[in-house]
Design a protein around this ligand. Sequence first.
Ligand SMILES: Nc1ncnc2c1ncn2[C@@H]1O[C@H](COP(=O)(O)OP(=O)(O)OP(=O)(O)O)[C@@H](O)[C@H]1O
Ligand SMILES: N[C@@H](CCO)C(=O)O
Length: 293
Amino acid sequence: MKVSVPATSANLGPGFDCLGLAISMKNQVIIRPSKFHSVSLKGEGANNPALKDNNMFISIFNDFYHNLSHKKRHFRFEFQNEIPLSRGLGSSSAVIVSAIASAYAIEGIKLEKDKLLNLALAYESHPDNITPAVMGGFNVACVQENEVKYINKAIPKTLKAVIVVPNRAISTQMSRKTLPFKYSKEDTVFNISHSSLLTAAFMAEDWEMLKYASNDQIHQKYRMKQMPELFDVQKTALKEGALMSTLSGSGSTLFSMTYSDDSKNLEKALKLKFPHFRVFTVDFDNVGVRIEI
Ligand SMILES: Nc1ncnc2c1ncn2[C@@H]1O[C@H](COP(=O)(O)OP(=O)(O)OP(=O)(O)O)[C@@H](O)[C@H]1O
Ligand SMILES: N[C@@H](CCO)C(=O)O
């Protein structure tokens, strides 16, 4: 059985904790019944022994598997990870979503995507990463009475993501600690208006509006101070034709969106100016979690 989950970029500037989209970089796990428990890990995180020994996937999978099954079975888990860890690309959401989906699938129990999303919410309280990880595409989401309420829209093939992945990790928990406890009325109104405009721009496919709508006053400037070079990455991306350029999730990745025709030029300019960072051009993912039995 094979499960794959796409990477995500959350916040999209002003949509702190509520906007996110999926990109076609994925983590995949193949699970087979086996005589003994065993784990193999390739790709991102492969040289981190802690991921093999104390793996968040295995612990969530076991929580669900033991509740769903009365059989005592062992499995071989083969992980192939493309999502860099702690870089604001939803690595933890991918783990949570794939672990829950796998436990149901291995038992042959059908799990609706809406139910999967709400089960994932117990492990990741911000819906802006788990919603695109499950559904794909662009998503606006909020949590009400412990349920995710969301609206989803596919992103056209004429657009691409160009991501700049720094070599330094930023944990979400630490990154949230850099944020103020209180915001002024001006900053709050600024973000509500820009986040609303950004959502409308995605829905109306008015891509030229993104450069205005993607401005934010409540989280990026505080977080990016930890790695000031990110301001330069953002400025360069916008100057080189990005439709928008925002801190991805809690950082440290900078996410930019471009017309497909402009993406190679943008990638080249960013690689030239920031040779010490990894730069990737990727499609958007409009499917979300995939399960193959
Ligand atoms: N492939 C993986 N296998 C096991 N655990 C993982 C894997 N990827 C991430 N994790 C766990 O998730 C943690 C990273 O979560 P964190 O929320 O800080 O970053 P992120 O999810 O990459 O970023 P963001 O939430 O801003 O998009 C890692 O420290 C690790 O514990
Ligand atoms: N909205 C979250 C995304 C990371 O989980 C944040 O910015 O902290």
